[in-house]
Design a binder for this molecule. Sequence first.
Ligand code: SF4
Length: 316
Amino acid sequence: MCKIMIETFVPLYINNFCESYCHVCSLRVNNKDIIRKKGTIDEIVTQLKIIKDVDNIYAICFLSGEYKSKMRNENFLLILESIKKAFDLGFEKVFFNIGSLTNLEIEILYQNFSGKNLVLSLFQETYNKKLYEKWFGKNRQNNPKADFDFRLSTPLRWLERGFKSVDIGILLGISNIEDDIHNLMNHFKILIELNAEVYISLPRIRGVSNFYNSISDDSFEEIVKIIHQACNQAKIIITTRESIEMINRLLPYIHVVSPGTSDLLAYTQKGDITNKKETSQFYIQNERPRPSKVLNCLDIDNSLIKYYFINENTRN
Ligand code: SF4
């Protein structure tokens, strides 16, 4: 059984519209098979209450697509309000993953949340600019995620403004792994030198395809170990893209387990949660265990999971 403390947070997709063209993602604007919906603030608050009161988890990550049109402003305001609600409800840590940020957006977030436990999640996906263009596009006029440099500069601008925490990452399988790990480590070093709290996310592409390299479980474990060793101040995040068995295998080398689903506003009062193909960012199976059920299946004592409070006595 793992004796090292880990953290947790739940991913909460607040809408599934997007104006980007990422080939690796079901939410890309040109995917006609997705049923699109925007969450309202009331729906988001209901989800937060379920995660806190039913699953007893007090850390959250808001996710949405990335926009250029007037939807960018609408989404930003909704994120702002959602973060406020989460802190008001007693959430102790809030991540958000909505794409690159302008200096003005960072400033507005700073005016509202400086001193709060707010984490910018923004994965570069690959540090190879040519491959980035291949997977995420290069037309910066109509594709918000296509701006490689703007994306890369966002975590640094976030920390320079005065925030303390960032979550960077690579999508394993879309480029040369050795190069990307090397560049990820360099990125990590730059950010950690600013005294930041740096999380590292390591999603991997699943399945078989002619277009990308599927990463085996053994290779994935090796990659996690290498990063764990080389970036020992980093907090490595693994989500339930990975099976519970795989997470348990990785527990000695990771610091955060994020249980949940990439389906839209999918948390329910009872039972399992959904991961429907027509509304999710990525599909694993129709029904998924709810977050608290995942945490209870980990090879670790519940009292060692930060932000998971089974009852008031275990809050610290
Ligand atoms: S990865 Fe993000 S920006 Fe790209 S299509 Fe998916 S939701 Fe949109």
